[in-house]
Design a protein around this ligand. Structure first.
Ligand code: SF4
Length: 250
């Protein structure tokens, strides 16, 4: 049976609230269109290809925010990752019921911290999925779902958690990964400022950021070799930011 049929049954039997599922989709779409690199870099963007953020901005520039959201939603639904998206929502829905009443709650704060990278002032901003209070301190909690039976976290997950721990001034970020076979749990310590600078420099000089990224990218149809080469050949972060603005405004 297809996942979509299972979802239909779950909704029909009222074990899943379709309004809540749609609310989650809406939350994703709300993130689209935020300021990407004027002076703020979002943690979730830092762990994926910088061109994706530029293409989102271009869609907004050309079509306006509402139509851009529609285009991206259609891309998400057309693309064969719809099963993963729905699975993520369903697992998250179940997880929140499970966590209800525990010490883990949805994050309340959007965190911001300033760093200087090669003479440029940047704000790193982000909101982890969840948080818990231990000894009076907020500990960020990041939850991931994967259909693959991995045994250790992807490096992108570890990087993201280390940035959240730094951002929240926390001793670590709790990472929980739900796979079909197991739950992987790790405590990831904070990134150092030097490591964070390295991450920002890499982010602004690589496209894609990870080898496997293009296979799952919603923006493959927009992505041009020329854009990738311009980013890879940029010699400084100031130059990369200028190139990204040019790509966004094409
Ligand atoms: S196709 Fe690859 S290089 Fe192009 S935007 Fe997507 S991840 Fe980046």
């Amino acid at each position: 049976m297809k996942l979509i049929d299972l979802l239909y049954r779950a909704v029909a039997s009222r074990s899943v609230d379709i309004m809540e599922l749609m609310f989650n989709v809406n939350n994703i779409l709300k993130c689209i269109g935020r300021n990407i690199i004027d002076d703020t870099i979002y943690v979730s963007d830092l762990t994926r290809c910088v061109l994706r953020a530029a293409y989102v901005r271009r869609l907004i520039h050309v079509h306006g925010i509402e139509h851009a959201r529609e285009i991206i939603l259609r891309k998400m639904l057309d693309y064969d990752n719809i099963n993963s998206i729905l699975m993520g929502f369903i697992v998250q829905y179940g997880l929140e019921r499970f966590l209800d009443g525990s010490t883990v709650r949805r994050s309340q704060i959007t965190w911001r911290r300033v760093i200087d990278v090669d003479g440029i002032r940047l704000v790193i901003s982000g909101k982890p999925d969840y948080e818990m209070i231990i000894d009076g301190r907020i500990i960020p909690v990041e939850i991931k779902f994967t259909r693959r039976n991995i045994e250790k976290p992807y490096s992108s997950y570890v990087t993201q958690c280390s940035i959240y721990a730094w951002l929240c001034n926390a001793p670590y970020c709790k990472l929980l990964i739900f796979t079909p076979e197991r739950v992987i749990e790790r405590e990831i310590g904070p990134a150092t400022v030097e490591y964070l600078r390295l991450i920002v420099r890499e982010w602004l000089s690589r496209a894609p950021l990870w080898e496997w990224e293009c296979r799952h990218c919603l923006f493959r149809d927009m992505c041009r070799r020329e854009d990738r080469e311009r980013i890879r050949n940029s010699r400084s972060i100031r130059k990369s930011i200028k190139i990204l603005h040019e790509i966004e405004n094409q």
